[in-house]
Design a protein around this ligand. Sequence first.
Ligand code: CDP
Ligand code: MG
Length: 697
Amino acid sequence: MADFDLSANFIPSLHKPASLLPIARHRQNLLYLIEKYPVTIVVGHTGSGKTTQIPQYLEQAGWCAEGKIIAVTQPRRVAATTVAIRVAEEAGCKVGEEVGYSIRFEDVTSASTRIKFLTDGLLLREALIDPLLSRYSVIMVDEAHERSLSTDVLLGVLKKILKRRPNDLRIIISSATLQAEDFLKFFAGDTEIQPKPATPAAVTLDDLVSQGGSTAPDTDNVLGGNIGRIISLEGRMYPVDVLYVEKPAEDYVEKAVQTVFDIHTKEPDGDILVFLTGREEIDTAVQAISERAANLHPRAQTIMPLPLYAGLSTEQQMYVFEEAPENTRKVIFSTNIAEASITIDGIVYVVDTGFVKLRAFNPLTGIETLTATPISKASATQRAGRAGRTKTGKCYRLYTESTFQSLEDATIPEIQRSNLAPVILQLKALGIDNIVRFDFITSPPAELVIRALELLYSLGALDDYAKLTRPLGTRMAELAVEPMMAKTLLSASSFGCLSEILTIAAMTSVGGNIWFHHDGEKKKMETARRKFAVEEGDHITLLNVYQAFVTKGRKETKFCHDNYINFKALTRAVSIRAQLKRYLERFGIVVDETLSSNANKHPLAVGGPDKGEKIRRCLTTGFFAHAAKMQPDGTFRNVAGGTILHAHPSSLMFNRRADWVIFHEVMETGNKTFIRDVTKIEKSWLVEYAPDFYKIR
Ligand code: CDP
Ligand code: MG
């Protein structure tokens, strides 16, 4: 092993020269393959430099000539932002200049941007406006092994685009594990020619492909033929000792906290990375560490717990990359984000609880759940590998070896367990009408496709022939919110409550906590929250919070502090609202803001009881599929009747009476299914606004 001690004295580890990364030796070869083949598949351990270096190599090699842009897609927003910040730093520019990022509701790019990190979902959205993605010379689909829903759909769309741009578009697929051959086979294989739509009103991908004919070169005997090649960056990994527990822990969060203290008190220097499943667990663990750290020996090394999950602000996320102060051990509690898409230097110990929160959509109940699920063998191996990046490491698996043996080899791709309504809506808008014959790398199960088509039909986005309706369907596809909220927004004018629904849509899209409290202030926060509460439910309460914020809170910092309101989240809501409003204005929908401003004087009134009913009716036009009836015991049943739903403790409907309600979100944690953002409705509205949906059942 080379000794870099000397250089380490001069160069802070965050700025380790890129020439020392494993990828550096492959630079010429990589550029050669990308020049010669339409598709290059890059396989390499996490941390070898794929995400940060390849775009810079490409830029230096001239792939940004004539104003072209290099796109690098990420399945996660967090990865897109942190990596862009890092690459901007390496390139010596501010993020948003030559190097930028773009995620939903947050575009940090400019006319000078040459390297653009964006979520795969956002690139798909761009295809709606620019069907051939012609601004880009190279599109790198990063973290493809994750097989996120949008990655899979994007791969199918890119395969089509490549047929039209075989000479000037390059696709790079980067993957941390060895699925490389599947990706290459997918691009090399024959595509079916989709039937041409009868009278296309706009140019769509399908037309372009079928009119242009296949321009893909003949394939020879080598896998990938003339289409592409695989390049593997073997890269160095240090050995990792894997340790198992003898019997499974009852509470893996508590066990993880204990293990962290064991490592901290018994093991030599090195930071710790703990894999948990979500924000609540992470907050619990971070708090437990802080509280118990007081019991450590006064002369012991300090322990610094840090959270890492998607809901954090970019700033908060950046803390985990900072080197710990002297005599301090960093312990990062992270979701699966840190498994592959984000690399944190200095990790020597990994604590793997063996669980990940996975989305699963039940086509029978129509309920999407986010459940802690056992990870796959591939995930476990990847997690352990995070300990061996800079020196020999240790991985503590909080499960038994026989449990490990019983794990699935790989995680089921998201496309086989998701609510497909949003992507089917987008594919339709891209002109891909025959979903069943679309070239998916893995086909979604028929029940999921049928359920999604059914929902889109009930929402009015599709007609009897499963074609996108105009203007409703096309507009729903363009709006950057999921179909149910899109429908609600597009119905709002007719109910005379567009301004209010815009606010509600923004508040439910913030993606972080609206409420904020320091340790031990939970009670006070609850009291503050009740001041904004209204009988009708959570949506109108959110509206009250927003209106109070724009009238008082934006100028007076004390307002947010006194009311336990998260200033950042509300500021984001203001920005999201403005963006949604621009979409609507582009459709020619006028947003009248004068009506709602009357409510500012008496925020709780929100334009009177009549307005409240309009809002609730309007919400029903979008969320009828998320309806439930309260039972005598205070729980809810969904319409199909089978599932017991609980109002989430954060909801106003927690411990309150109601009859029928609609809800924004349903989430299964542990063995309980919670509904969030709940609003009272009348049963008759369901039949009134969704006659087809309730006839089907
Ligand atoms: O994409 P891949 O996993 O192959 O590696 P990368 O993300 O390009 O990371 C290459 C190097 O940059 C690693 O040593 C990371 O630790 C470092 N890096 C960093 O220090 N801070 C970031 N925000 C991103 C990467
Ligand atoms: Mg990467």
